[in-house]
Design a protein around this ligand. Structure first.
Ligand code: SAM
Length: 268
């Protein structure tokens, strides 16, 4: 049997299907998620149920978002899961997570994510950060390094700044390729994202921060002054005490927020 076939399903590369098969890793992830009935529990990409089954086992209801229609059909017919699952067939990138909100409950979101869409999916989920208590995701290890990077390192970039603006980022576990079927070509890691109840560096308009970061990191080898010349003047940098001859990856998250807030003030 091909190593792409697992539980009678042929893994689809275009949907980033690498099914978790290591029971030790599955238990560690479920322990980290800490499923409960006090939160709206949401899984992205349940697949064949490696995480779905043990999580659903401990709670009354689990909402899942799955793109692959064949897998949705399997979940709908699953002898134990079918009564506990609320299934949404569709693209998590387009999904309006706010419609799952319930009065007085925040969400706990988790998933072994399809690696081909994990970065845009992170940006999409940050839009709902205020309604989310915790997120636990299996990602390409390189993406976890980017999420948790410090200024001045190669991994530090636009994703780092936006993730650390919204959330506390905690790497949880590294997972080698042999823990999946089929085995991915890259190392993986689990990350915990804890959206801030009160942001340490509040921004007046997060869209301005988003645009600023995209522009600042558009050319990593150039200086901040060069990348941001259409947005901020030498006087602006001086008023914030930011050295504009630095490269974008040398600038901290609070410094990016300070620049975004100045841009908001300049617009008034
Ligand atoms: N959770 C399962 C596991 O751990 O074995 C499957 C993980 S597999 C890496 C990713 C899952 O996400 C697959 O079930 C795939 O069909 C689903 N998927 C892919 N793209 C998706 C999307 N845009 N929206 C929702 N689910 C998606």
């Amino acid at each position: 049997m091909s190593n792409k076939v697992h539980l009678g399903h042929t893994a689809r590369k275009r949907f980033g299907q690498n099914f978790l098969t290591d029971q030790g890793v599955i238990s560690s992830i479920v322990g980290a998620i800490a499923p409960d009935n006090d939160h709206v529990m949401i899984e992205i990409g349940p697949g064949l149920g490696a995480l779905t089954e043990p999580v659903a086992d401990t709670i009354n209801n689990l909402t899942v978002v799955e793109l692959d229609r064949d897998l949705v059909e399997r979940l709908q017919q699953h002898p134990i899961l079918k009564d506990k699952l609320t299934i949404h067939q569709g693209d998590a990138l387009q999904f309006d997570f706010s419609k799952l909100q319930q009065p007085g409950k925040k969400m706990k979101v988790f998933g072994n994510l399809p690696y081909n869409i994990s970065t845009p999916l992170m940006f999409h989920l940050f839009e709902f950060a205020e309604q989310i208590e915790t997120m636990h995701f299996m990602l390409q290890k390189e993406v976890v390094l980017r999420l948790s990077a410090s200024p001045g390192t190669k991994a530090y970039g636009r994703l780092t700044v936006m993730a650390q603006y919204f959330c506390q980022v905690v790497p949880v576990l590294e997972v080698p390729p042999h823990c999946f079927t089929p085995a991915p070509k890259v190392d993986s890691a689990v990350v915990r994202l804890l959206p801030y109840e009160v942001k340490p560096w509040p921004c007046k308009d997060v869209n301005v921060l988003r645009h600023l970061c995209s522009t600042a990191f558009s050319m990593r080898r150039k200086t901040l002054r060069n990348n941001l010349k259409a947005l901020l003047s030498d006087d602006d940098f001086a008023s914030l005490n930011i050295d504009s001859s630095m490269r974008p990856e040398q600038i901290s998250v609070p410094q990016y927020v300070a620049m975004a807030n100045l841009l908001c003030d300049n617009k008034k």
